[in-house]
Structure formats: structure tokens, C-alpha cells
Design a protein around this ligand. Structure first.
Ligand SMILES: [Zn+2]
Length: 526
């Protein structure tokens, strides 16, 4: 079922030199959740992720490891980045690498067009360069070094010394786009979200934009500038273009028109690249700007941003090996307000796993399936006349589904999950109040008992549909146990915007044993 709406969503591309940590996984899961939701809603959905493989830092690491930069990138893509997206159960539609010929060719076409149209000129650049950031730093982005770097200027983000570089560069006339960017921000107030991020970027643009150095000639690991092969394209300029090269820019116009523009999900530390430089590049090329740029917050562990350089990096497998990928996905999307910084702790993860997943949702599912097996020999009973309590359940389901869909539209992922969870709480309360085990004691209550279990099972159906984008594995198990596959079809094909339509469960459907969706974790995690 197609809604006819296009939804193209992207993650930033991973810098291959980094080691995957839960910060990367967080962005991936958020993006994948949105993609799965829209896909299940019938929107023409495309999710892109990939790797950023050029630049001086990659070249240096590869050389230090005695391999070519291409070999180094190949190794990390296969050993680190593709395994990461499997670990957290991401269903991306494409994986682009900036060393793909399709990308390199399109980057050159894009650059040549800007050059031919007068948006690029040759000039001299002198400044402080951070190899960690792969960018020139402004004086206010530097700090005084300490310890082994005492007396030197260091990058405020990386705490490593910056290098003073002077080179002939090609420059992009970004300063030409200041007014158009301000106009964009004002005419489209949700272009950059959340509001705090938008305001910060707008203020930055209003201070005035400098032209951007977009080539390097001191090393050669990058896309060659087409009219001057002694230069390679600045790694950020190259990387940003992945969002259009992956969907056919300059090579497949039909596909490009079908997909573009995209919604970009990025960490707030790279917001400026995506909400200032990138739209200016697109404007220069005569292309549409992104649909939206969303800057999410940082994951904090012990109050510090998660990153390898700060030694707080946690590998996603450390969590998924114990709790599974569904719990990983659920925890980070539920516990942290999307758009704000959030703290990760093992205690919080463990507590939510136990109370919300194992006891709240998992136990509810097991009980309902077990009662249909016990009282109705595993066959879903028909629904009799609805009582007030039954109608209340139907209303909670309808309200929750509407609220969840609305929250996803504004990328409030945490709100969508809280809304869906009202169904879990309602059904648990409903079963306690209706006490099917009491009803079962008197044959006269047979019809009422059937209605109660039908209502609970139908609520579970809605939950499976609504929770599928966040916990694909557990909901598939539930879908199988409820016997829906033969009657309603695949879970991934159930339209999420119609999840609340009551009565989709057919009486007479056979249910079968459900193993615990979220098994008890035996070893307490420190
Ligand atoms: Zn830096």
C-alpha cells in the first residue's frame, strides 16, 4: 500500500578511522526507526548510511599501518562499520562509500558545474588546521595545550595541537549565500531542528560567512579536482555530497527526482556543515535544499560526550550481547529526549529492561497468549458486546496510535514511544481488573471471558504493529505467536497509520506458544 509520499532519510557517513561506539549506533537507530516507521506507513522510503574514507588522517593511519588508504578503508568497512549496522538491526536501503566510483564521478561533476558557473576561485589560505576535525579552526575554536602539549595551541574538541598551514586553495563563494540562507531559515522555520539548534545556526549565519576553502594540495588521498589534478577535494565537501550522489545526482535523474530532498539526522557537533555549508552548496548547484536537518544531542557517560578520544567509548556489542538489539534500540530512543543530551548508565538500562520490556510488555504478551491457550484451546474467541472497559481500551489504542504518528512527524521519537507505551499500561491494568482467571471459573461467563481475551489480543496486535519499527525481532515473535501471518500477512506490511483500526484480529485464528520476548538477564551488569 503506497501513500505516494517520498521519505528519504540519512545518517552522517562514518569516518572509517573511528571505532564504532554507542554514539554512532544512536544516530543509526534513530534514523532506522524513522525509516522503518515511514516504510511501514507505505511512504516511498529510502534510508542511506555509509562511510567517509578520504582525507589526510586516513592517509596517515594507513601509512602507519603499512597499507594503502584504500586497503585501510576496505578493512574498516568490512570489520567495523558493516558489522555495526547488523549488530543494531538497521535495515538501510543503501550503503555508500566515498571511494565508490559512482560517488567520485558525481563529486567531480558537481564541482565542475560550480566552477563553470563562477562559484569557485583560486586563492591563498593560511590558518590553523586540526587533522582530527579535518578543518581549519578559527582562533576562538582553539585552546591552550596542557601536559605534553604545554605552550602549544590545540583544537578545543580534540585537545591535539593544530598545524599552521598555508596553501593555494580553491574557494567556494559561500559568502554569496548569506542572505539566501537567512531567507531560507525565516521562510521555513523547521528547516533546522530542534529550535535551539536552529537559533544557534541562524545567529552564526547572521555574523557573516567567509568563503570556504574546498581543496588541498599537500596530500593526494581524495577526489581529484577535475580542472586541476594537483588538488584533491576538501573531505567535508566530498562527504556532504554523498547524500545526492547516492540517489543518482548527475547520473540517474529519475531516481534523483524521486528521492531528493532528504531529511538529515546528524549529531549537533556537525550541524554547521549540514545546515550552512551544505544548503549553500546545493543552492549554488541549483538543487533543492534538504527537507530538514535535525541535530540530535550527545550521549553522556559520567557527564562527558561519548567518544573514543575521551576514553568513554562503549562498543554497542557490549550492550547487545547481554540485552539484545531490540532492547538497545528501545532504551536509547525511549530514555533520551531526542534532540537533547542524554546520559547513559548501565543501571538505568538494566532497570528499564526489567520493568518496561520484561515485566511490562513481554509478560503481558506471554500471559495473553497463555490464557487463550488455556481457556480456548489456543483459538482466538469471538468478541461479544463491548463493556465500558473494553471501549476504554479501544480509545487508548486509538489515541496512542494517533499521538505516536504525530510525534514521528515532528521527529519526537521519545514521545512516540511514550504514547505507544500507554497501551502496554492500559492492557496490564485491564487484565488485572477483568481477572480472566476468575471469569473462567463459571461457564456462564464464557462469552465475557472471550471478549476480554479478544480485547487484550487485539490490543497486542496494535502493539506489535506500532512497536515493529523500534523492536523488529520481539514483535515478529509476537506476530507469529498470535497467528497473524497467515491471516493478515507480514508484520512489516501492516500500515502503521492504521494500527488502531479495531477488529483486525479474526476470531478462530490459532495462537501458539510464545517464548519470553525479553528473557530474564541472569548476570547483573555492573
Ligand atoms: Zn579537532
Amino acid at each position: 500500500m503506497s501513500s505516494g509520499k517520498s521519505f528519504y532519510v540519512t545518517t552522517p557517513i562514518f569516518y572509517v578511522n573511528d571505532a564504532p561506539h554507542i554514539g554512532h549506533a544512536y544516530t543509526e537507530v534513530a534514523t532506522d526507526f524513522l525509516a522503518r516507521w515511514h516504510r511501514q506507513a507505505g511512504d516511498d522510503t529510502w534510508m542511506l548510511t555509509g562511510t567517509d574514507e578520504h582525507g589526510q588522517k586516513i592517509l596517515r593511519t594507513a601509512t602507519a599501518n603499512g597499507v594503502t588508504p584504500q586497503e585501510w578503508a576496505d578493512r574498516l568497512v568490512e570489520q567495523s562499520w558493516k558489522p555495526l549496522i547488523e549488530t543494531i538491526d538497521v535495515a538501510n536501503d543503501d550503503f555508500i562509500r566515498t571511494t565508490d566510483p559512482r560517488h567520485e564521478k558525481a563529486v567531480q561533476d558537481f564541482l565542475q558545474k560550480l566552477y563553470d558557473d563562477g562559484f569557485i576561485y583560486a586563492g591563498e589560505y593560511e590558518g590553523f588546521y586540526c587533522v582530527g576535525c579535518e578543518e581549519y579552526k578559527l582562533p576562538n575554536e582553539l585552546a591552550d595545550g596542557t601536559g605534553q602539549y604545554e605552550g602549544e595551541k590545540v583544537c578545543a574538541i580534540h585537545s591535539i595541537p593544530v598545524e599552521r598551514l598555508q596553501e593555494k586553495n580553491y574557494f567556494f563563494r559561500m559568502s554569496d549565500f548569506q542572505e539566501r540562507l537567512i531567507e531560507l531559515y525565516e521562510s521555513n522555520p523547521t528547516f533546522v531542528q530542534p529550535d535551539s539548534a536552529r537559533n544557534e545556526m541562524l545567529q552564526f549565519i547572521r555574523q557573516g560567512l567567509s568563503d570556504l576553502s574546498i581543496s588541498r594540495s599537500t596530500f593526494d588521498w581524495g577526489v581529484k579536482v577535475p580542472w586541476d589534478e594537483s588538488h584533491v577535494v576538501y573531505v567535508w565537501f566530498d562527504a556532504l555530497l554523498n547524500y545526492v550522489t547516492a540517489v543518482g545526482y548527475g547520473q540517474d535523474d529519475a531516481n534523483f527526482d524521486r528521492r531528493w530532498p532528504a531529511t538529515h539526522i546528524v549529531g549537533k557537533d556537525i550541524l554547521r556543515f549540514h545546515s550552512v555549508i551544505w544548503p549553500a552548496m546545493l543552492m549554488a548547484a541549483g538543487l533543492d535544499v534538504p527537507r530538514q536537518v535535525y541535530g540530535h544531542g550527545w550521549l553522556l557517560v559520567g557527564g562527558e560526550k561519548m567518544s573514543k578520544s575521551k576514553l568513554t567509548g562503549i562498543a554497542p556489542t557490549e550492550i547487545t550481547d547481554t540485552f539484545g538489539s531490540d532492547a538497545f534500540r528501545y532504551y536509547f530512543m525511549r530514555a533520551i529526549t531526542f534532540g537533547q543530551d542524554g546520559s547513559f548508565s548501565w543501571e538505568d538500562l538494566s532497570a528499564r529492561y526489567q520493568s518496561e520490556l520484561a515485566n511490562g510488555f513481554g509478560n503481558l504478551a506471554s500471559r495473553v497468549v497463555a490464557m487463550i491457550e488455556r481457556y480456548f484451546e489456543g483459538v482466538v474467541p469471538p468478541q461479544g458486546p463491548a463493556s465500558e472497559a473494553d471501549l476504554a481500551v479501544q480509545k487508548v489504542v486509538a489515541d496512542a496510535a494517533a499521538a505516536a504518528n504525530a510525534a514521528v512527524e515532528r521527529l519526537a521519537i521519545h514521545d512516540s514511544l511514550s504514547a505507544i507505551w500507554t497501551i502496554v499500561d492500559e492492557l496490564n491494568g485491564y487484565i488485572t481488573d477483568m481477572a480472566p482467571w476468575q471469569l473462567s471459573k463459571d461457564e456462564a461467563n464464557r462469552e465475557r471471558l472471550g471478549t476480554v481475551l479478544y480485547t487484550a489480543a487485539e490490543g497486542l496486535r496494535a502493539l506489535a504493529v506500532l512497536l515493529h519499527p523500534i523492536m523488529p525481532k520481539a514483535t515478529e515473535k509476537l506476530w507469529t505467536a498470535l497467528g497473524h501471518r497467515d491471516v493478515l500477512g507480514e508484520l512489516s506490511a501492516q500500515p502503521v497509520r492504521e494500527a488502531a483500526t479495531w477488529g483486525q484480529l479474526t476470531a478462530g485464528t490459532s495462537v501458539n506458544g510464545l517464548e519470553p520476548l525479553f528473557p530474564r538477564i541472569e548476570t547483573p551488569v555492573a
